[in-house]
Design a protein around this ligand. Structure first.
Ligand code: PEP
Ligand code: MG
Length: 875
């Protein structure tokens, strides 16, 4: 019989895939002798089996659970349903990759009328037992039976009112028994198809419910956001209960071994006295900082600090721990590698190398390249922030700065964001149902909850600015208002929040790009020492080029010259060129453009100093430069002195049914060689002038777009070379230059050896190559691709992450063929994929020389390239 169920003493941290992260770590803590309440894990394979069986537990699984129940009773010396000392368990989900708050948890399972008596007898606290029972009914009914919480809340409130109780704690045991009687009616307690009174039945139902919760909406959304495969499944952990709510000597908490916010090497956490498990995470009560445990639980504080240290040393990474103190005895309920902000990730990685806990490669592998993005995002302009009006202040739960209009439900936030509004989602506290709204928002503000509350954890994971536990504000979801003292903010009012200092401001505040910390530089320099791929940038403006250099770009991989044409002074000239009736007119218009192009290129060369620069000849279909509306056409007619009718005719003539497959790329140079001539002249003259003036070592790389056949390449190259040589002669310069091509058309990839006869370099234009290989329009198919992803046909957006199987095959083939023909051919990628970590790994693997991406992606690419080198070295 296949093994589906494992006791905590049968597993280890290496068994994550089978036991889920939580189960594997509970087993590991048990193995190293930490105080873990005993239990067992139903494996992820059981989850797969449950779905294979059409949503049922097989006899084998049930049999193994039954065996483990006997074992747990034996180890704990307690029995389910015992009237003196009943065994109670928690049932929690635990996937391979942690998905905080996304799936369901049930506490106090095993309670029924008898066990309630047993719990009362054991604790001498009838009220506690009754309260535990009613909470259990409520949780089970909601999670397993899908009954709305509201129905219980109504009963509870009514009885509270009748008893004249202000707070929940004011209810007596008798009051709570009255609650239980009413709850039992709602859940049909003990009836066929109703709430099972037998603990074993409760457990089997709960296990099934956890398996089901793998496919609830929020878990599915979380998986999609975090790229977790649907087929992983979740494990279920069944663990004997310990109680943090047994009075003043009990409590529960969550702590990180280092700060998950800024990485400081100091324990960071919160706890609540006399509270049960989820109370801290749910943000229902605002907890106390962990240091105060010293006074609240002096007997266990040192134990806890010691365990934290043991765990961090054992795992060699920052740990996120959950614990409970039951009558002055400490129990560990969970440990896992803690989620952290990117700033914290960097500091922790650098510190741990300095502490000799990990090596540099491990440190580089610890940083998620996508997270780096967060660091490069704007903060508030200091001056503007100082003069802004602070209206409230809360906990700085996730760094960053955000401003926008306030919305009070996840749905409203989503709708507003879809309309293009910047949104701050304001909630009393967030719950996993708010996930989509949090994704849509620029920032999140909550009135309640601590640094480890749902809002804080999720926002940090997303790299989204969040201020939590802002008790200065009173939020009304119903009225859609937020009150601060006498002030009332309604839906649509603008506020700004600072996730670093916790401040909330009225209105919007200007933002700036932050300075990067020294640790960031350290990690990046380690990454640079490891990677073999070079990182260039796609830039067409000197200021973008300078920004990219600041981020570590080593050259320009793609300068799209057409972007320079769109500026106000140039567009009339290019339009005149387009509507020219003959070559002479066209040449005249192009000469007007020449000085502009030359100045642009000089600006770029100056910014890049001696770094390589690839400049692409004009690529887009010409009609893109013509006016779109009748009004604009009339204005243009006046501006350039060309009759209106002629302009209309030109627009009609240039109309194409498939412009992306039409008159563009090198086809422009073939039909109008004078365009390529003017551009080559500008490129060479600019390079020679800057080289002479500044002494930079410039070797222009002239790139021909959209080549499909070697003859095209040859034809355009000849034009380029002829002009270049002429310029060199005029300037009496011996400047070197390269002529290469983009590989964007599948035919060029298939015949890359032939193309390489005249191309001195290839740059893979994977935007067009993906478009043409798939036959999916890059401009029109966003919605289709979304549907394809939803339906599992595509794993990811093919225009963001390279399709390695298909498009990648062409890229690899072209690289091999190209090298075969020309051993020193330079190979790079400049499609959007050049900034995507998975695609970068692919580029490393097939031996490209460089990737090129937008300036803000450069650090991401540097890190991803280093990780690619490490991963492939290990392979
Ligand atoms: C490409 O096609 O990948 C490319 C970089 O060119 P563009 O995006 O300008 O078409
Ligand atoms: Mg292209």
């Amino acid at each position: 019989m296949k093994k589906f169920v494992y006791s905590f003493n049968e597993g280890s941290k290496e068994m994550k895939n089978l036991l889920g992260g939580k189960g594997a770590n509970l087993a590991e803590m048990t193995k190293i002798g930490l105080p873990v309440p005993f239990g067992f894990t139903v494996s992820t394979e059981a989850c797969t089996d449950y779905y294979d069986q059409g949503g049922a537990l097989s006899d084998d699984i049930i049999k193994q659970i039954d065996e483990k129940l006997v074992e747990i009773e034996k180890v704990m010396g307690k029995k389910f349903g015992d009237t003196k000392d009943p065994l109670l368990v928690s049932v929690r989900s635990g996937a391979r990759i942690s998905m905080p708050g996304m799936m369901d948890t049930i506490l106090n399972l095993g309670l029924n009328d008898e066990a309630e008596k047993g719990l009362a007898a054991l604790t001498g606290n009838e009220r506690f037992a009754a309260d535990s029972f009613r909470r259990f009914i409520q949780m089970f009914a909601s999670v397993v039976m899908g009954i709305e919480m509201k129905r219980f809340d109504e009963v509870f409130e009514k009885i509270k009112e009748k008893a004249g109780a202000k707070f929940d704690v004011d209810l007596t045991a008798d009051d709570l028994h009255e609650v239980i009687v009413e709850y039992k009616k709602i859940v049909k307690y003990g009836e066929e198809g109703g709430f099972p009174a037998e603990p074993r039945d409760q457990l089997l139902e709960a296990v099934k419910a956890v398996f089901r919760s793998w496919n609830n909406d929020r878990a599915i959304l979380y998986r999609k956001l975090n790229k977790i495969p649907d087929e992983y499944g979740t494990a279920v952990n069944v663990q004997s209960m310990v109680f943090g709510n047994m009075g003043e000597t009990s409590g529960t908490g969550v702590a990180f071994t280092r700060s998950p916010v800024n990485g400081e090497n100091k324990i960071f956490g919160e706890f609540l006295v006399n509270a049960q498990g989820e109370d801290v995470v749910a943000g229902i009560r605002t907890p106390k900082p962990i240091e105060e445990m010293k006074t609240s639980f002096p007997e266990v504080y040192d134990d806890f600090m010691n365990i934290a240290e043991v765990l961090e040393k054992h795992y060699k990474d920052m740990q996120d721990m959950e614990f409970t103190v039951e009558r002055n005895k400490l129990y560990m309920l969970q440990t896992r590698v803690g989620k952290r902000t990117s700033a914290a990730a960097i500091k922790i990685a650098v510190d741990m190398v300095n502490e000799a806990l990990i090596d540099k490669e491990t440190a580089v592998m610890r940083i998620d390249p996508e997270q780096i993005d967060q660091l490069l995002h704007p903060a508030f302009d200091e001056k503007a922030e100082k003069s802004a009006k602070v209206i409230a202040s809360g906990l700085p739960a996730s760094p960053g700065a955000a401003g926008g209009k306030v919305y009070f439900t996840a749905n409203d936030a989503e709708v507003a964001a879809e309309k293009g509004e910047a949104v701050i989602l304001v909630r009393e506290e967030t719950s996993p149902e708010d996930l989509a709204g949090m994704v849509a928002a620029q920032g999140i503000l909550t009135a309640r909850g601590g640094m480890t509350s749902h809002a804080a954890v999720v926002a940090r994971g997303m790299g989204k600015c969040c201020v939590a536990g802002c008790s200065d504000i009173v939020v009304s979801e119903k009225e859609k208002t937020m009150k601060v003292g006498d002030l009332t903010y309604v839906e649509g009012d603008s506020i700004s929040i600072n996730g670093v200092n916790g401040n909330v401001y009225e209105g919007l505040i200007e933002t700036v790009t932050p300075e990067l910390s020294g640790d960031f530089g350290t990690i990046m320099s380690w990454a640079d020492g490891i990677r073999t791929l070079k990182v260039r940038t796609n830039a067409d403006q000197p200021q973008d080029a300078r920004q990219a250099i600041e981020f570590g770009a080593e050259g320009i991989g793609l300068c799209r010259t057409e972007h320079m044409f769109f500026e106000e002074e140039r567009i009339p000239a290019i339009r005149r060129m387009i509507v020219a009736e003959n070559e002479d007119e066209r040449r005249a218009a192009l000469s007007a453009l020449l000085p502009f192009q030359k100045e642009d290129f000089k600006g770029i060369y100056e910014a890049m100093e001696s770094r390589p620069v690839t400049i692409r000849l004009l690529d887009p279909p010409l009609h893109e430069f013509l006016p779109k509306t009748d009004e604009e056409t009339r204005a243009l007619s006046e501006q350039i002195g060309v009759p209106y009718e002629k302009l209309v005719q030109a627009t009609t003539d240039l109309h194409e049914f498939n412009p992306m497959l039409g008159h563009r790329g090198c086809r422009l140079a073939v039909t109008y060689p004078e365009i390529a001539e003017m551009q080559t002249q500008a490129i060479l003259e600019a390079a020679i002038e800057v080289k002479t003036e500044k002494g930079y070592d410039i070797i222009p790389e002239i790139m021909i777009p959209l080549t499909g056949i070697d003859k095209e390449m040859e034809y355009v190259k000849n034009i380029v070379v002829e002009v270049a040589e002429k310029v060199k002669k005029e300037y009496d310069s011996d400047i070197k230059y390269l002529v290469g091509t983009m590989i964007e058309v599948p035919r060029a990839a298939l015949t890359a050896d032939e193309v390489a006869k005249s191309a001195e370099f290839f740059s893979f234009g994977t935007n067009d190559l993906t478009q043409m290989t798939f036959g999916f329009s890059r401009d029109d198919t966003g919605q289709i691709i979304k549907t394809y992803i939803e339906k599992g046909i595509f794993k990811e957006d093919i225009f963001q992450s390279l399709d390695q199987t298909g498009v990648g095959k062409l890229v690899e083939m072209a690289a091999t063929l190209g090298r075969h023909e020309r051993s020193n051919i330079k190979l790079g990628i400049c499609g959007e994929h050049g900034g995507d970590p998975n695609s970068i790994e692919f580029c490393h693997r097939i031996g490209l020389n460089y990737v090129s991406c937008s300036p803000y992606r450069v650090p991401v690419a540097r890190l991803a390239a280093a990780q690619a080198a490490i991963i492939n070295k290990e392979k």
